[in-house]
Design a protein around this ligand. Sequence first.
Ligand SMILES: C[S@@+](CC[C@H](N)C(=O)[O-])C[C@H]1O[C@@H](n2cnc3c(N)ncnc32)[C@H](O)[C@@H]1O
Length: 416
Amino acid sequence: MAPDRSRRRPSNAETVEQILERIRATRNFDFRHYKRPTLHRRIERRMAERKCKTAAEYLALLDRDPAECDALIASMLIKVTGFFRDAETWTLLSGKVIPQLLAEKRPGEEIRVWCAGSATGEEAFSIGILLAEAMGPAFQNQEVKIFGTDVDEKAIAFARHGVYSREQVKSVPAGILKTWFVEDPTGWSVRKEIRRTVVFGVNNLVSDAPISRLDLLLCRNVFIYLDGALQKRVLTRFHHALRRHGLLVLGKSELIPFAGKIFESVDQRRRIYRKDGRRDAAVAQERLVSLLEQESMALAVDEGRPDLTTVDQVHRDIVQSLRVPMVATGPDGTILRWNAAAAALWGRSEEEVTGKKLPALTLPGLAGELLVEKPPRSAKARARCSAAGESSTAAAIIRRSSCRSRSPRSGTPRTK
Ligand SMILES: C[S@@+](CC[C@H](N)C(=O)[O-])C[C@H]1O[C@@H](n2cnc3c(N)ncnc32)[C@H](O)[C@@H]1O
């Protein structure tokens, strides 16, 4: 008889949120923007393993057993990986992407690669091997740095050893195995010529600073677990992390329309993108929007404090630095920010317009489709926003919503 999982299923979405909140409070790991179906399945699996019949029972277990919290986090971070996973992508990397990247480099110039969400390291070594094969003896002379990072410490500790079982190296072509691995009693170790170039470290894509000045960034099969808002935030960070003309490779099932907006598509089907520098306005706008969502800034605006918080100052600086005319308003249309480009376009200074109602200014050329409202909550509002984002190179209006947001620390709704 099939096991009755319904009794173990976390009774409702609220219980799952409580579990995520518990993890955030005790482990400082924020799963709020991870897709729920995977998290639900993983929680159910842990509940079954620990023989908890109800979510309340499981919550109590999390409270008294810190090891269970670790086990749950580890299980929610799915670490399926392999050498040269999705062969077609690697064929394209070795046949087109890497030769092009090398052709654009001067002899001896540094090559920087980041493998983000590299789990147990197979992907970082795979790219190292392809570079070594493509570069020949120059691989030893040129400064090649490959950073393999993951949020899972155990996975990174494993990767640092660079030793894999027979099963794990099954996907490695025989010629590569012979050339770049050494068999020893514990398994197959990656040759030191490759290991020397690969540095592994713990990095959380959500909260840690990204690695910078990259020529190539692989982040495959990580975005599938993130919701749309977090996908955008991480992609925006990646955009900043890449050098001009730097390349980004996503997983084959990760078709993210926003990636196509801020990067040039090199191979749409294999999810390979290039930073072309022509879409910086879209990136800056997204950065601004995510800043607007931060509670501390909302607090400062809501309470009408005369002094600027640090976040508010950063926000103000970003708005000012944009070449796109940018206006931020309160929910009732009161102007809060007005950048230099807006001042130049409409011939009015920030001091002159701050505190005035935007519609009352009847600004020429300000069409309805240029309006961006944040944060959109309904699917309809989201669709409207994304359409507006695409056509907002002439001017953008960010309007703070009157929705109550939740305090990130306490999770309690904030009141005016
Ligand atoms: C399915 S594996 C992908 C491994 C490899 N990139 C591949 O495609 O074979 C997803 C990895 O993303 C990592 N991950 C999930 N959330 C992360 C985050 N916020 N920061 C860094 N890594 C994260 C997980 O720990 C896991 O190792």
